[in-house]
Design a binder for this molecule. Sequence first.
Ligand SMILES: Nc1ncnc2c1ncn2[C@@H]1O[C@H](COP(=O)(O)OP(=O)(O)OP(=O)(O)O)[C@@H](O)[C@H]1O
Length: 249
Amino acid sequence: MASGLQRNLTPAPAAPADGTVVRVRGLTRAFDGRAVIDGLSLDVASGEFVALLGASGCGKSTLLRVLADLDHDITGEVTVARRRAVGFQAPRLIPWKRVWRNVVLGLPGRPDRNRAVRALEEVGLGHRVDVWPKVLSGGEAQRAALARALVRDPDLLLLDEPFSALDALTRIKAQDLVAELWQRHGCAVVLVTHDVEEAVLLADRVLVMRDGVIAQDQPIGLPRPRRRSAPEFVALRADLLAMLGVDRH
Ligand SMILES: Nc1ncnc2c1ncn2[C@@H]1O[C@H](COP(=O)(O)OP(=O)(O)OP(=O)(O)O)[C@@H](O)[C@H]1O
């Protein structure tokens, strides 16, 4: 590990006194001598929904892995709420465990089927409780992964392109479900996405990552539930595409 490392993951209370669930200062992560994240700072407030956009390879997943406590080879200060859950592009369900057992896997105590059922019902999978993961469609598997994350009652949910492998219609339904679940659970979310529309639909704030730092911080003040076709929505989407260097015309 590099010298000067200051990490403070475990001692942080679930809801830090200042109302933030993520506090990052001067974070640097290098691979083979090249800093992918380079002195990045970031705060996420309790209950806030933040989307992280940026060109491919700019370091979004790397940042998420640090926040998920999966990467320790860093310098800088990182404080993250203790109760966090992670969702990835692939649902990562264990094939030899039934869906409900996947949902409560790793929770302390005896596997609680009722708790799993409640979580699965919440994501519309009440009819899939006892099946094997291979029976699920791609969208259903991602919803099961969401149930597995939310059953942990996290203060912070970290999502890395959870819908990118889904077809367009399934993705829209999954996005609407996440909006609903987030409002009900009230946890903070950091969502890595390539999808500008998804970011505008879901986030309170869209962060654009460039050159190893947060280059732009765009609040999304639209009322919820948001309509993809609303003129303000379309305008914000165009602004963000322009920030990403994609021509709006
Ligand atoms: N374990 C690793 N070893 C070496 N290089 C890595 C490793 N992980 C990531 N990188 C490099 O760090 C850079 C950032 O990767 P990262 O996956 O964080 O980007 P990203 O913004 O999430 O990309 P994408 O949008 O394409 O998923 C890339 O150049 C990648 O090749």
